[in-house]
Write a protein that binds this ligand. Sequence first.
Ligand code: UT7
Length: 327
Amino acid sequence: MKRARIVGTGMAVPDKILTNADLEKIVDTTDEWIVSRTGIRERRIASEGESLFDFALAAAERALEMAGIAGSEVDLVICATFSSDLVFPTTSARIQAAIGASGAAAFDLSAACTGFIYGLGIADRFLRTDGARTALVLGGELLSRFTDWTDRDTCVLFGDGAGAALLRAEDDAGHGLLDVRMHCDGSLGDLIRLPACDNRKSPSLGELEADRSFIKMRGNETFKIAVRSLAEVSDEVLKDAGIAHEEVNWFIPHQANRRIIDAVGRRLEIRDGHTYVNIDRYGNTSAASVPIALDELNRAGKLAKGDIVLCAAFGGGLVWGAGLLRW
Ligand code: UT7
């Protein structure tokens, strides 16, 4: 039996830092409110001329370099994003060409903040059943391009960046992805929305300009569902794998809100100091948050062989999911 193992990780974020003090000058907010309600201190924002492709490619190259694997060996490229530079060619197709993965299948995947977990789940199935040997899974967003900088409810939350994981199908020695679960409740879709262009009708130019599309969120209602869903799906993968909560070496949750992360960690009884948090530095980077965190942990040498790693994410759709790995 084959199992998918992560053999390389990478991440890339813009150099430009937007602090809470910077935001105090743009909207009616305070550093104190943002830190106490979200845990965010600063976020990275792409400059004019930078694109999602730039960050996704840098993350992909770092993952390939770490693994010592050539781009030409990649059989599948998945990029989880809802902020692709172009509708098509997709970001994944452009990455496929840039790394020289000729012949590889490539597609973008839209599952909001849970996109990377969905990508892992799909790559896992490809690698175990399809004969594909190597898969590159990316999560990346330029949320700043879809942020209403006059709306204090949302503009303090988001940041830009990309992360990548390179997966290899290996003979099962118990290491790698143990399980990935994906869930959705489309009936709650109105809680977080990015309408972009409503293609159900032909928009006039005036409408298009007036309705430049921004992320809208009913944060308070979303909060409670996020805590419950993240805890439930994490519980589900742990229980089915027969792994006790206290055996988790690293819990890597989607970084949407420090209070959500803490509440889920408490419910799951994750040991103190075993939950990875970087929301203070990057804000909510949607599909990029889990792979960025994974790469930071990996490069800091904090992942030891055999460690149990639990990743979980939640976002607009509503979609949520969890991936369980033995490193
Ligand atoms: O990644 C996808 C999934 N996303 C999530 O899971 C996000 C879930 N939700 C959240 O993280 C939180 O709900 C937010 C951080 C978005 C908001 O925090 P909250 O504690 O739920 O605040 P609230 O929306 O209930 O607002 C409380 C007060 C309001 O004022 P009043 O009506 O009590 O006078 C807001 O107008 O805080 C006010 N407020 C702000 N004040 C200063 C909202 N945004 C700001 C702000 N600065 N930036």
